[in-house]
Design a protein around this ligand. Structure first.
Ligand code: AGP
Length: 630
């Protein structure tokens, strides 16, 4: 969950490359800051030495430091933005970490699980440490191997060989980038259970935790596999395994353009991404069915015959992605008649789950790097399950390690709080459900076509809600001093209530809780007091009447106890008006698809309330966009 950038270009005078390592690395870190931002640092190789600067706090603090204490010009450099795991976010603990007498610099993303025993071993060899981090142990090990085991001699592979030997000793999750004063035109990197991609340029090459790190310079990328080491120079990229055997990386074209990763004129990525949602749903649907409504999921690399014998689906995800899975469960069970469980990834593998070759595991992850979900998918594969990844990040680890992938085409989601990816994930999960129903004959082709037609109308309905967002924004501003907000929903509205609460927690740092509306009388109703704000997501009156009537009576229950009721209901639903202080209507749509609409006012509300409090809605405190540690 850190941002990592590496760069090697030609030294000036050789070719007319205008890029300097410092410019490239800082631009990359700026784009990657959402991956972690409690400290940042950079190291360059210049005049036979390593020069580095690092500062706690956001990237702007490092930039300030560089203005006062500039680095020498260089064409080789590495940079890092950190989300603290071992050791607090201090200058000392910031990366890079140095070793080999200051001649080697290393940056790291992940957790070295055996760092304590390695540290003891190195201390016994007389190595000293100045930080609390596992990263410094990795730097010291690398420097110790380079100097003592290889004699600091480049003739036998130098830094690359040292990295191979060091990685053979390391356990856990790591992306490592290293530079050494003895090799001024080389960056060496390694990855295990943590993201790393190579950017291919002309007379220059790049490394990044994801493609945002170098998207301004090249869109040619190479994904690295597990336990691989890459050595880049200005003109070469060499990949090996941890034992030096040559390996291949798969080149792909990055289809994100720099503009789409910017804010597009909105005050925040979060607001931009909420408004990207019509397109995110439309793009996720695009090209996945023909005019007859026949689904063609081309990334579905699982034998259809196997899918016909699936007797259980387990959805694995965390946070907002888990709520997407909970919404999808209702649709998948209704369409496919396959028992579907939704599990929090970090709970799944510790409960001895019942998984076998007839289990289909569907992971949902925007980043494709969430360690909890990655480890759960690995466990499921070991138990014989087939695995499908619903993911928004091309080339990321979870889809790479799954049997098949269904990419959500929501485009880059930069804001830490997930919005467009959530709707795209629900959409992709619906497509998967319909695909399975088509394959197994649970639905007629005409029925599938009707659902796809309803899905095709969703982008315009989301846009309609966005076009009338001012009222919900005003409510967010009006409630800026709220201390606690409750969210109620039933059926598919229940996970929407949970997601609405999570958005408010993440963005406004206030207590918020989502409940199943029917659960209220079993305890939570004790929370209701005069003026307590309660959002209620009301199902369509055109659906199962019992559902609608019961939720309306839930509104009465809380209203009678003094709650301030804010209702999300379908246009034309007059029954709610008598019990609601505020009603926000959404366009009519089938019950199972309603979450794609009822979520949007809750996102807008949370954004407006947090903005009114003056909070950074793109990088909320304590959070990171991709949680790549367990
Ligand atoms: C969502 O707003 C949160 N940032 C968080 O719950 C997130 O959904 C969760 O960490 C899972 O991330 P992923 O989708 O990248 O796996």
């Amino acid at each position: 969950m850190c941002g990592i950038v590496g760069y090697v270009g030609h030294s000036t005078g050789q070719v007319n490359i205008e890029h300097k390592a410092l410019d490239v690395v800082l631009e990359g870190l700026r784009r990657l800051e959402y991956r972690g931002y409690d400290s940042a640092g950079i190291a360059v190789v210049a005049d036979g030495a390593i020069e580095s600067r690092k500062k706690s706090g956001k990237l702007s603090n490092l930039i300030g430091e560089l203005e006062g204490n500039p680095l020498p010009e260089s064409m080789t450099g590495i940079g890092h933005t950190r989300w603290a795991t071992h050791g607090g976010p201090t200058d000392q603990n910031a990366h890079p970490h140095l070793s080999d007498g200051g001649k080697l610099a290393l940056i790291h993303n992940g957790i070295i699980e055996n760092f304590a025993e390695l540290k003891l071993e190195l201390l016994n060899e007389g190595v000293t440490f100045i930080s609390e981090t596992d990263t410094e142990v990795a730097a010291a090990l690398l420097g110790h191997i380079y100097r003592n085991q290889l004699g600091g001699d480049n003739s036998n592979g130098g830094l690359t060989k040292a990295m191979q030997l060091a990685c053979q000793r390391l356990e856990g999750a790591f992306t490592l980038l290293a530079v050494h004063a003895d090799q001024p035109d080389v960056v060496v990197a390694a990855r295990r259970n943590s993201p790393l991609v190579v950017g291919l340029g002309e007379g220059e090459n790049f490394l990044g935790s994801d493609v945002s790190g170098f998207i301004d310079y090249t869109r040619r990328a190479v994904e690295l596999g597990q336990d691989q080491i890459v050595t880049i120079t200005a003109d070469s990229v060499e990949i090996t395994d941890f034992f030096g055997a040559p390996a291949e990386g798969k080149e792909y074209h990055v289809d994100w353009d720099p503009a789409s990763a910017e804010k597009g004129g909105y005050p925040s990525f979060m607001e931009k991404e909420i408004h990207d949602q019509p397109d995110a749903v439309a793009q996720t649907l695009l090209g996945r069915s023909d005019l007859e409504g026949k689904l063609t999921l081309d990334e579905m690399r699982i034998d259809p015959e196997l899918l016909k014998h699936i007797n259980k689906i387990i959805v694995l995800a965390c946070g907002t992605s888990a709520y997407a899975g909970q919404v999808a469960k209702y649709a998948i069970e209704r369409w496919c008649r396959i028992a579907t469980e939704v599990e929090l990834s970090h709970e799944f593998r510790y409960r001895d789950p019942i998984v076998d070759e007839n289990t289909l595991v569907v992971s949902i992850s925007q980043s494709g790097e969430t360690m909890d979900t990655l480890m759960a998918v690995r466990y499921a594969k070991e138990q014989g399950a087939k695995t499908i990844s619903i993911c928004n990040t091309n080339g990321s680890t979870i889809p790479r390690e799954s049997d098949a992938v269904l990419y959500t085409h929501a485009g880059p989601e930069i804001a830490v709080a997930s919005t467009k990816a959530f709707l795209a994930q629900i959409t992709a999960a619906y497509l998967l459900g319909l695909y399975l129903a088509q394959l197994r004959g649970n639905m007629f082709q005409g029925e599938i076509k009707d659902v796809l037609a309803d899905l095709g109308k969703i982008p315009a309905k989301i846009q309609e809600i966005l076009d009338h967002e001012d009222r919900i924004k005003d409510l967010g501003v009006e409630m800026a001093n709220a201390k606690s907000v409750l969210f109620l929903g039933r059926h598919v509205g229940f996970p929407v209530a949970m997601e609405g609460a999570l958005k408010l927690k993440e963005l406004a740092y206030i207590h918020a809780e989502g409940f199943a509306a029917g659960e209220l009388k079993h305890g939570p109703i004790a929370l209701i007091e005069e003026g307590q704000p309660v959002f209620v997501i009301v199902p369509s009156p055109r659906g199962r009447d019992s559902l609608h009537a019961k939720v309306v009576s839930n509104i009465q229950e809380v209203r009678a106890r003094g709650a301030k009721t804010i209702v999300i209901a379908e246009e034309g639903d007059e029954a709610v008006k008598a019990y609601a202080e505020h009603v926000f209507y959404i366009p009519p749509t089938p019950t199972l698809l309603a979450p794609l609409l009822s979520t949007v006012p809750l996102q807008i509300f949370a954004l407006a309330l947090a903005s009114a409090k003056g909070y950074d809605v793109d990088q909320p405190r304590n959070l990171a966009k991709s949680v790549t540690v367990e």
